[in-house]
Design a protein around this ligand. Structure first.
Ligand code: NAP
Length: 470
């Protein structure tokens, strides 16, 4: 796959089939105005580890190109363009020096505060100068603002974007704003944030993303469930004993204790990422793949979750958490949580969904384990060897495998557990699995709304039924 300036860009409507082969399902628009991508909070952790590397990978694959796209970093830190480039250079992997420097030349840095017009006016001026220099038709400019910032500054930053940095007019041009989770801390703050942003932007301009929804195997869940005859009759209380959705990290706060301690593992991982995965595993078939239809089914399944039984919740904090100097000594913030959700509907009544997340554990992985009931009338007496289990490993090393009982090869009639294994690293050796952030940014540029969380984020704070996270 080629990159840089020598291939036509799928985002300009001149579709490069080689680039598209990896991202078949995306619909590309024929918009052709100058595209400006603004990373607010460019000096931060998310920007350097995820946002800029995702933009770089899109550049390498020809999705964004010199001559059409300009990238701007914005933050309070005093830095030059070159300073920002040096800061992120080490995180941009797998390219020739030439490609890397082509990409870095697209990036400019503007310094300013988050609540004062001067910085944003300067930002607008810098963006406009580039738009004009590209011979852009007035009203065709596309401006994407990515908020890699603490949520406390979302409202003031959005006000500034609204008053200083909108695309001048909207012929085919647009202004879009990406906000990352967390969307508030509880139901009240999520609603308040939603109302504040809603006053400034139309729903079509706002992309509230949960990057878990951009993961390859999370994207695959709808296909697996609803395009395979195998699963259709099995996916219910008659056949499934329990479902486990697990997130483990083998490191602790990793220097981000100050941030983490305000949220804890429930708000940082379970309420958003794991609940989104839970929705995709448990929801009914949507009427279509339209984001509204998918959201409607997610909301329904969240509304069917019964009140959580306190006996089915485990919370913990790893030894050494409070050694992090940014964590208060008296903190009782959980770094581990396990909770059982019970879905009160015809499909799932009686099936526990166990959501588990923890930091500083022995391994690093995120997976879904669907455990089936035992086969009735076991003439082989093989129950002790384990159940049928369908495992979807979201990260690392994407895979799905089905554990099943088979005859042990040989003369004896003995059984053993084996696996039907679809490990992506083996099956798709020549395919680069896109990073979640690449897909989310690309979807936002092309106006696809599949990965947005919209109403589910607020319902998630209000679920299970009657219990609000306050
Ligand atoms: N890091 C991750 O892996 C990750 C993953 C998923 C979601 N997120 C979410 O993405 C957002 C950004 O995360 P991050 O880790 O990049 O955050 P961060 O490094 O703490 O903050 C990003 C930038 O925002 C500015 N900033 C920090 N604290 C501020 C404050 N109290 N008031 C105003 N500005 C402040 C700083 O820039 P200046 O001082 O230069 O202005 C900082 O470089 C957060 O909402 C986070 O929850 C992060």
């Amino acid at each position: 796959m080629s990159g840089g300036s020598d291939v036509s860009s799928p985002l300009s409507g001149r579709i490069s089939t080689s680039s598209l082969s990896d991202l078949k399902d995306l619909e590309f628009s024929s918009e052709s105005g100058c595209l400006s991508i603004v990373v607010l909070g460019a000096s931060g952790d998310l920007a350097k580890k995820k946002t800029f590397p995702a933009l770089f990978n899109l550049f390498q694959q020809g999705f964004i190109q010199s001559g059409e796209v300009h990238i701007f970093g914005y933050a309070r830190s005093d830095m030059s363009d070159e300073g920002l480039r040096e800061r992120i250079r080490g995180y941009l992997k797998g390219a020739s020096d030439e490609h890397l420097s082509q990409f870095l030349q697209l990036i400019k840095y503007v310094s300013g505060s988050y609540d004062n017009g001067a910085g944003f006016e300067l930002l607008n001026k810098t963006i406009s100068e580039n738009e004009t220099s590209e011979n852009n038709q007035p009203g065709n400019s596309r401006r994407l603002f990515y908020l890699a910032l603490p949520p406390s500054v979302y409202p003031s930053v959005c006000k500034m974007i609204r008053s200083c940095c909108m695309t001048p007019s909207s012929h085919t041009g647009w202004t879009r704003v990406i906000v990352e989770k967390p969307f508030g801390k509880d139901l009240d703050s999520a609603e308040e944030l939603s109302a504040q942003l809603g006053e400034l932007f139309d729903e079509e301009q706002l992309y509230r993303i949960d990057h878990y929804l951009g993961k390859e195997l999370v994207q695959n869940l709808l296909v697996l469930r609803f395009a395979n005859r195998f699963f259709l009759p099995l996916w219910n209380r008659d056949n499934i004993d329990n479902v486990q959705i697990v997130f483990r990290e083998d490191f602790g706060t990793d220097g981000r204790g100050g941030y983490f301690d305000q949220y804890g593992i429930i708000r940082d991982i379970i309420q958003n990422h794991l609940l989104q995965v839970f929705c995709l595993v448990a929801m009914e078939k949507p009427v279509s793949l339209s984001p509204e239809h998918i959201r409607d089914e997610k909301v329904k399944v969240l509304q069917s979750v019964s009140c959580i039984n306190h006996d089915e919740v485990v919370l913990g904090q790893y030894d050494g958490y409070k050694d992090d100097p940014t964590v208060p000594n008296e903190s009782n913030t959980p770094t581990f949580a396990s909770v059982v959700l019970r879905v009160h509907n015809e499909r799932w009544d009686g099936v526990p969904f166990v959501l588990k997340a923890g930091k500083a554990l022995s391994s690093k992985k995120a997976e879904i384990r669907v455990q089936f009931k035992d086969a009735p009338g076991d003439i082989f007496r093989c129950k002790k060897q384990g159940r049928n289990e369908f495992v979807i490993r979201l990260q690392p090393s994407e895979a799905m495998y089905m554990k099943l009982t088979v005859k042990k090869p040989g003369l004896e009639m003995a059984t053993e557990q084996s696996e039907l294994d679809l490990s992506y690293g083996l099956r798709y050796q020549d395919v680069k699995i896109p990073e979640a952030y690449e897909r989310l940014i690309l979807d936002t540029i092309s106006g696809c709304r599949q990965d947005r969380t919209s109403a589910t984020s607020t319902v998630a704070y209000a679920s299970p039924r009657g219990q609000h996270m306050r």
